[in-house]
Design a protein around this ligand. Sequence first.
Ligand SMILES: [Zn+2]
Length: 155
Amino acid sequence: MNPFEHASIPTLAYLALAHSPNLISALILMIGAVFPDLDALAKEHRSYLHSLLVFAPFMLLGWIVGGYPLLFVLGWASHLFLDFFTGVIPPIYPLSRRGWGLSLRLWGGVSSVHFGVEVIERYPEPRREYRLDVGGGFAMFLIALFVLIARCTNL
Ligand SMILES: [Zn+2]
């Protein structure tokens, strides 16, 4: 999943659920939502910042403190949730590099449609050059931005 999608999905959820959303809160949520992909700068993508072992103490702290720190870790949580369905997350990295995810697939044709669920298990990918097709994610981000402006300015 690309950074635009990671930023847009929790922001749209926030804008749908918040009684009086504000720009700063949405921005902090977005930063938390893309923050784990700083792992891409490390030796392996989906490593430390995608680990539940690393995430759990921050989630607890955010829960206790509330406010902006909570929004940041909720963004982080949404990232891990979404990555679980688009690859793997290594729950106890660095103790184990093994990650798990869930692959959901639809296939078929005119006469039939099938649905499949598969648990995937693999190791984080080594760092490499990234080339992402971000067109759909960018469109989603523009929609989130429009809704954000509309909700925060009462358009
Ligand atoms: Zn990620």
